[in-house]
Design a protein around this ligand. Structure first.
Ligand SMILES: [Zn+2]
Length: 381
């Protein structure tokens, strides 16, 4: 028993010595071999795009790339997320020097496009409308793609983008923006047999209200893909206007659905409104009333047709002069049933609701001008 015990001890001692020797040998070997180089592998959807020496440099490039798509967004907007549509990975790896690419090369790869943008070069006689039709891009999209262009003023040689570039790395930006917007007032019409048929007397002025609207907007590569109203809160209630009308009128003008000129749903008020994406102020010189295609549009009141034709932005449109500096305008019509010079009576059909020109759906854009200046049509209906 004693002998065996001694033998065991001997084995333990010799094992310890061997292990120590091995360890010191490895240390010597490690000092002789060059240190492994660390690199950062940039992977997109599992595929290696490049390896760069600096991780910070990759992050900087990605930040610059993301910022490119933030330029047109209102600085007051609350950005919720800026994400790549693709799966991005940055992994630390051990590499040999020759696999590294330069910063310039990496930058070029990040900025590469799957498809380049496509442009139309304007030739004499071209219009935004024609380019939209030929390229099969809705006019509204065409205007969105060329924010620096005035659709009414294009010149031969101008380049109009009708298909944006499709980058290899897609950026999805989601943000919220809160705007203060007007609430249109309603008009109550009261029949009054003490007034003549054509007479109207406003007995109470309408006042626009105010609402706080929060939009939730998703943009892909700089263009909106979804605009949703997240929350709407009326801050100031509008004041209903009261108008007394003569009883012999053939046309009834009551509540919100009958605007006298068309029956439909009020979709956009008159006046200044901030664009929820850019935060820029835009002026809407009339009101929009949505109605199915072909819904009859009636003359606002007696007058003479001064324009019945086509405009790139207005589509088919009619302008009626009512005398006394008052004119009414009807845009985006699907059809026109009056001619220039024609005398029209109040309530006479002049055309049908449509979506021609710069329009995203069937609606009537109705403008009233007093001595050439657009005024709120609601005050005149
Ligand atoms: Zn409009």
């Amino acid at each position: 028993m004693k002998f065996i015990y001694k033998y065991d001890k001997l084995i333990i001692i010799s094992l310890t010595v061997t292990l120590g020797l091995l360890l010191s040998m490895t240390n010597v070997l490690n000092q002789l071999l060059p240190e492994p180089t660390i690199g950062y592998q940039f992977k997109v959807d599992g595929e290696v795009w490049f390896v760069l020496e600096s991780k910070d440099e990759i992050h900087r490039m990605l930040q610059v790339y993301k910022n490119k798509y933030m330029k047109n967004i209102d600085e007051n907007a609350q950005v919720r997320s800026i994400q790549f549509e693709q799966d991005i990975e940055i992994n630390e790896i051990e590499v040999k020097d020759e696999v590294f690419v330069s910063v310039k090369e990496a930058e070029a790869m990040i900025n590469e496009n799957e498809d380049e943008a496509v442009y139309h070069t304007v030739v004499p006689g071209d219009s935004f409308w024609m380019i939209a039709k030929e390229s099969e891009v809705p006019l509204a999209k065409l205007i969105e793609y060329n924010p620096d262009m005035n659709p009414e003023r294009i010149w031969p040689g101008n380049k109009i983008m009708f298909k944006p570039a499709d980058p290899k790395l897609d950026i999805i930006v989601q943000f919220q923006n809160t705007m203060i917007e007007p609430v249109e007032f309603l008009t109550e019409y009261i029949q009054d047999n003490s007034l003549y048929a054509s007479q109207r007397v406003t007995t109470k002025n309408g006042v626009e209200g105010e609402k706080r609207v929060t939009y939730d907007i998703t943009m892909k590569n700089g263009y909106p893909t979804a605009i949703e109203v997240l929350n709407e809160e009326v801050l100031v209630e509008p004041v209903t206007r009261v108008v007394r009308v003569g009883t012999k009128r053939t046309l009834t003008r009551t509540s919100t659905t009958n605007f006298g000129v068309v029956s439909g749903r009020f979709t956009s008020p008159f006046g200044y409104r901030k664009d929820p994406i850019s935060g820029l102020r835009k002026f809407h010189d009339g009101i929009d009333i949505a109605a199915p295609r072909g819904t009859p549009v009636y003359a606002y009141t007696n007058g003479k047709v001064v324009t019945a034709g086509w405009g790139n932005m207005t589509g088919n449109y009619v302008v009626i002069d009512h005398g006394g500096g008052l004119r009414s305008k009807y845009y985006h019509l699907s059809s026109i049933s009056v001619k220039v010079g024609q005398i029209v009576k109040v309530g006479e059909k002049i055309g049908g609701v449509g979506t021609t020109g710069y329009s995203t759906g069937n609606h009537l854009h109705f403008t009233i001008t007093k001595n050439g200046v657009a005024v709120n049509p609601l005050l005149y209906l």
